[in-house]
Design a protein around this ligand. Structure first.
Ligand SMILES: NC(=O)c1ccc[n+]([C@@H]2O[C@H](COP(=O)([O-])OP(=O)(O)OC[C@H]3O[C@@H](n4cnc5c(N)ncnc54)[C@H](OP(=O)(O)O)[C@@H]3O)[C@@H](O)[C@H]2O)c1
Length: 253
């Protein structure tokens, strides 16, 4: 089997797994953060969890870029910047900012996350840098790229701001949960997840390929069920939780 055929099968499998995961996550909640519980094996700190889970995708993407013959292609370089902006932050900055004093992430979640990230890095990086069509600078004026870039960076800003609000709720060493307020939290419980979905939706548009689309589908499948559970958790745990706040989409759901 040649690589393009293998790639197509992998994308199909990836999408099918995302659909299965989406359904499964309504019944089983990923055991980390506020939903950590016993019975899922050993746990480590969120800091090390994030580093171990996310750095593989950073490395995979850089290697695929480095071994390709598109290292001077402006579109590849710009999309590489998009990817790096997110993943350098997620794997090397975010872990040092969160205030998580207890071991809150299970090794099983980290292992699944790392495997997912390597596969995802391959499906996106290999498409952009080798298997997909090589895009010229005219792509920068294409409405798909323009709208994708706007969506990606708006989502990036929303995700970062919302994560910062959560981090600011705890003093160093403090544990426990409070009601987040301001920014996207005025309207929904999980603006950080909405921002993340906007990022990868924008990415899929700007790259216009099945591998990037599969990543968006996965992000939605992973985070939408968690957003609904988080919203329910807030309402169950805080009697004064703002009643008009929705879970994920302002004014809708
Ligand atoms: N692309 C994907 O598929 C994907 C998957 C997962 C996560 N992510 C991204 O990774 C980031 C973190 O995700 P997450 O699921 O860990 O988010 P989260 O559950 O909202 O938690 C983020 C951080 O804030 C703390 N926190 C949350 N709510 C709090 C509250 N009410 N009061 C005080 N502290 C609070 C958490 O502490 P605890 O750890 O103690 O709960 C954790 O340190 C997000 O930006 C998300 O979009 C992306």
């Amino acid at each position: 089997m040649d690589e393009p055929t293998l790639y197509r099968w992998l994308v199909i499998t990836w999408m099918a797994l995302a659909v299965i995961t989406f359904v499964a996550l309504f019944f089983v909640t990923a055991p980390y953060g506020r939903f950590t519980r016993s019975g899922w094996g050993p746990r480590i700190s969120a800091r090390w969890g994030w580093i171990l889970m996310e750095t593989p995708v950073l490395i995979t993407f850089l290697v695929l870029f480095g071994i390709s013959d598109r290292v001077t292609n402006p579109v590849c370089l710009v999309l590489l910047i998009f990817w790096m902006a997110h993943y350098v932050h997620r794997s090397l900055v975010y872990p040092f900012r969160v205030h998580s004093s207890r071991p809150s992430i299970t090794v099983s979640v980290i292992a699944m996350g790392a495997v997912f990230n390597i596969g995802n890095g391959y499906l996106n990086g290999r498409y952009l840098f080798t298997l997909g069509p090589e895009l010229g600078v005219s792509w920068f004026y294409d409405p798909r790229f323009v709208m994708g870039a706007i969506l990606f960076w708006s989502g990036y800003a929303l995700n970062q701001h919302s994560d910062r609000v959560l981090i600011g709720l705890r003093a160093p060493g403090e544990t426990g949960y409070k009601i987040p307020r301001g920014g996207g939290y005025r309207l929904i419980s999980c603006p950080n997840y909405l921002g993340e979905m906007m990022e990868w939706g924008g990415w899929a548009l700007a790259c216009w390929g099945l591998g990037p689309l599969a990543f968006f589908v996965w992000t939605f499948a992973n985070l939408a069920p968690r957003a609904f559970k988080t919203h329910r958790w807030y309402k169950e745990n805080f009697p004064d939780y703002p009643s008009r706040r929705k879970a994920l989409l302002p004014f809708i759901v």
